[in-house]
Design a protein around this ligand. Structure first.
Ligand code: GDP
Length: 198
C-alpha cells in the first residue's frame, strides 16, 4: 500500500472542503509535538510529507494525503493542546473535528498518538471522548518508544491499557512505535492495508 508515491492532496478548513468520500480513509490525531508528522513521514517513507505542527498556517487544517495508488486517504488532524492557540481558534477546529468525526462515512479508523514516555494525559481526554461519542473505532499508537526507559515501559503500558478500558470506541491492541528506529511501522502499514480493502 505504501510502496508507491504518497502525496499531499489538500488542507481542509470546513466540511464543504472535504474531498469526495469515494474511498476508505484513516486519520491520525495527537497532541502537538507527539511525533505525528514524523510518524506519517516514516509510515509513508516520505521525508517531509507531513509538516510539523510548528509550521504556521498548516496547524488548524485537516490535511489529506493520498497513499497506495489512490486506494486510501490518510488524514492528518490538527494537533491539539497547543497552549498558545487562541480560544476562538481552538473552538473553531473542535467544531470542525466533531463534524468530521461524526459525519465522515468512509472513515475506517482513527489512530490516536500518545507519547510513550507520558501515557494518556488530561489533554487527550477531549479527543477520546469525541471518538467515543462519534463511535469512531480508534487505535492507540505509542510514539517515541526509543526514548522510553526500559524500566518505565511496562508500567506505562499498564496505565494506558487501564485508561482505554473507559473508552468504548477503543481497540484493545496498542501499537508501539518509533519514527526514529522504524519500530511498529510494518504493523501500522499492515493495519492500513487491511482497512484499505474493507
Ligand atoms: P508533531 O507536532 O506531532 O507533528 O510532532 P513532530 O513529528 O514534529 O515531532 C516533534 C519532535 O519529536 C521533533 O523534534 C521530532 O524529531 C521528535 N520525534 C518525533 N518522533 C520521534 C521518535 O520516534 N523518536 C524520537 N527520539 N524523537 C521523535
Amino acid at each position: 500500500l505504501f510502496a508507491g508515491q504518497s502525496e499531499f492532496l489538500k488542507g481542509v478548513v470546513a466540511m464543504s472542503g472535504l474531498p469526495p468520500a469515494d474511498r476508505p480513509e484513516i486519520c491520525f490525531a495527537g497532541r502537538s509535538n507527539v511525533g505525528k508528522s514524523s510518524l506519517i513521514n516514516a509510515l509513508t517513507g516520505t521525508k517531509a510529507l507531513a509538516r510539523t505542527s510548528n509550521t504556521p498556517g498548516r496547524t488548524q487544517e485537516i490535511n489529506y494525503f493520498m497513499v497506495g495508488g489512490e486506494r486510501l486517504f490518510l488524514v492528518d488532524l490538527p494537533g491539539y493542546g497547543f497552549a498558545k492557540a487562541p480560544v476562538a481558534v481552538v473552538q473553531q477546529w473542535q467544531a470542525l473535528l466533531k463534524q468530521y468525526l461524526q459525519g465522515r462515512q468512509t472513515l475506517k479508523r482513527a489512530f490516536v498518538l500518545i507519547d510513550h514516555r507520558h501515557g494518556i494525559k488530561a489533554v487527550d481526554a477531549e479527543i477520546l471522548s469525541l471518538l467515543d461519542k462519534a463511535a469512531v473505532p480508534f487505535q492507540t499508537v505509542l510514539t517515541k518508544a526509543d526514548k522510553v526507559k526500559a524500566a518505565d515501559r511496562e508500567q506505562i503500558l499498564v496505565q494506558v491499557r487501564a485508561a482505554l478500558q473507559k473508552h468504548p470506541a477503543a481497540y484493545p491492541e496498542i501499537v508501539v512505535t518509533s519514527s526514529e528506529t522504524g519500530q511498529g511501522m510494518e504493523t501500522l502499514r499492515s493495519i492500513a492495508h487491511g482497512l484499505s480493502e474493507e
